[in-house]
Design a binder for this molecule. Structure first.
Ligand code: TMP
Ligand code: ZN
Length: 408
């Protein structure tokens, strides 16, 4: 029987639609000596039959996720740096214009967005539970509180700093399983005409775009316009704007305001219609999606095994959390991919979670190019392929797997 869970937003029934097997915490990059401490859980996604929200069936405790082994730095690509500088510019020009304006970012990571706000001399606060990245943000001059955001921290922040004109989150809101606590916190902290803006992995990209590797323990929710409208309404808010965001293979940015305070943009209705047509919750369509994701697994494993059998030198490029999902779902370990390279210093010298593929610096990749390289950081393909032009000039090939396995 298909497992069922209760929807974290509307208490409807969540029906499992994709099983990705036994997985570790996706960003827990362990040093080789610590692999015995690794924690695994069952990774599967389901859809709520009432509000349509795509979500994890089971979750890891958030206290397990953002420990010392949490190594994700949000400013790890030029694309991300430029994107978050634009987000900050937009807030500074449109929303933070009043005297003493104040913005709070939930999960500000290394301060990639708030950096520009701090430089502009505007009041801000980054709420970041992961100590390592919070320190990086502080070093850039961003004001930080090292804790999880929730109803009680919202009260403290409001008492200390006053109401926020903007509350923002990027790839963070989807990871807060206690959505009721989150929305109560937002309700406490947001000013009467303020906005709550969040940009997150999009159910359409994950399902229609087959970016199944966005599914990992940190991403409890895969929002859509339809599900966010239901969520907003339950907590006295309204979805007033939607934007497309190119990050992470295609995300949506949602802007919520208190009900009746702002006029919704036509984009909300437009995107809602797009979703109705794609019918992201149709069972047959979701069954086809699951089959396609399993086909991708079979194709990728067959390709890598074939290349190894032919004596080809192969490796991986980028160790994003997405690669944890793919390598563990496919059973790809160091015997198939001897190493992956990643530009994040904190990941180098550590092992990929679960698969234990060693992570090295991109210099090692350049020392002796492998012949075939799986581009795990496929959402940065343009930037990486351009930067590593010499790799291809020598006849070597990239392997991509979203939406299908292909060699370029
Ligand atoms: P993200 O997709 O979650 O932003 O993660 C991208 C990962 O890829 C991150 O660990 C940094 C790594 N990376 C490189 O190693 N080289 C690069 O040129 C880029 C853009 C990213
Ligand atoms: Zn629901």
């Amino acid at each position: 029987m298909t497992p069922l869970r209760t929807c974290r937003v509307c208490q409807g029934s969540v029906r499992q639609v994709l099983d990705l097997g036994r997985q570790p915490s996706a960003n827990a990059f362990l040093p080789p000596a610590a692999v015995a401490d690794e924690v695994f859980f069952h990774l599967a996604a389901g859809v709520c039959e009432t509000c349509t929200l795509l979500q994890l069936m089971d979750e890891t405790p958030s206290g397990l996720r953002y420990r010392d082994s949490y190594r994700y730095e949000a400013s790890g690509s030029k694309g991300a740096q430029a994107h978050f500088a634009r987000v900050a510019e937009h807030f500074l020009a449109e929303e933070l214009t009043g005297k003493d304006a104040f913005i709070v970012e939930i999960g500000c990571n290394d301060g990639v967005m708030l950096d520009s706000v701090a430089r502009a001399g505007v009041r801000h606060l980054g709420v970041e539970p992961a100590k390592g990245v919070a320190k990086l943000a502080e070093a850039r001059g961003v004001t930080i509180t090292n804790e999880f955001f929730g109803p009680s921290s919202a009260v403290d922040i409001r008492q200390l700093h006053g109401a926020a004109d903007v509350i923002y989150g990027a790839n963070t809101i989807c990871s807060i399983a206690d959505i009721t606590g989150l929305m109560r916190g937002v309700n406490t902290l947001l000013s009467a005409d303020g906005i709550f803006v969040f940009e997150e992995p999009y159910a359409g990209t994950v399902v229609t775009g087959r970016a199944f590797d966005q599914i990992y323990d940190e991403h409890v929710f895969y929002f859509s316009v339809r599900s966010v409208m239901v969520m907003a309404e339950r907590f006295g808010f309204e979805l007033v704007d939607v934007d497309h965001v190119a990050q992470h293979g295609g995300e949506l940015r949602y802007t919520l305001a208190r009900t009746g305070v702002r006029t919704p943009s036509p984009m909300v209705e437009k995107q809602r219609r797009v979703e109705m047509e794609a019918d992201l919750t149709d069972s047959d369509m979701l069954q086809r999606w699951s089959t396609a994701v399993h086909d991708t697994r079979n194709d990728l494993v067959a390709l890598l095994r074939g290349l190894r059998a032919d004596g080809r030198r192969i490796a991986g490029y980028g160790a994003p959390a997405k690669a944890t999902t793919v390598t563990n779902f496919c059973g790809i370990g160091p015997e198939l991919l001897p190493f992956v390279c990643d530009s994040t210093p904190g990941k180098q010298g550590r092992l990929m979670p679960g698969s234990h593929i060693p992570i090295v610096s991109p210099d090692a990749f350049r020392d002796e190019y492998p012949e075939y390289v799986v581009l795990f950081a496929w959402n940065h393909a343009d930037e990486i392929i351009a930067k590593e032009q010499a790799f291809r000039d020598l006849g070597n090939k990239w392997i991509l797997y979203v939406p299908d396995v292909r060699i370029i």
